[in-house]
Design a protein around this ligand. Sequence first.
Ligand code: ZN
Length: 155
Amino acid sequence: MGVLVEVHKRSAIGYKELYACVKDKDYFVITTNVAHCFQKFGFDKQKLFYTQGDYGLFQCSIPCHSNTYDNELQIRTMVAEQKNMKIPSELVPRCPVCGKPMTMNLRSDSKFVQDEGWEQAYLRYKDFIEEHKNLPTIFIELGVGYNSPGIIKYP
Ligand SMILES: [Zn+2]
């Protein structure tokens, strides 16, 4: 049996409790939530399709190329070094290719980067759906509304 978890950003359920429910199951998560919470609470990134981006990733603000970068160390350094809500200028994240500021990997306009990791997550999601289409599968839909219905609600 498979478990497909569909979560929208307004969901109020606790991630810890949700993970406890699915961690020993053949699960997959599709989400429009960009807050990086699934990974923080132990969900396997290989079982996660973060359709609208991930605050755990930086991308070039232009973007001059289609890579994303894990930002945990940079963010933790900024938090540790901030004073009066400001960080030292040298900690402002810069694109390693063009030097322009980096930004969060968030689908908010046409500059969203769908890198190889995003494409692989999409393919794993499609594979999960295909492999489970004739198997008993529980769909858990949490907080999925009409903000972006073409991603989860209608399909
Ligand atoms: Zn760049």
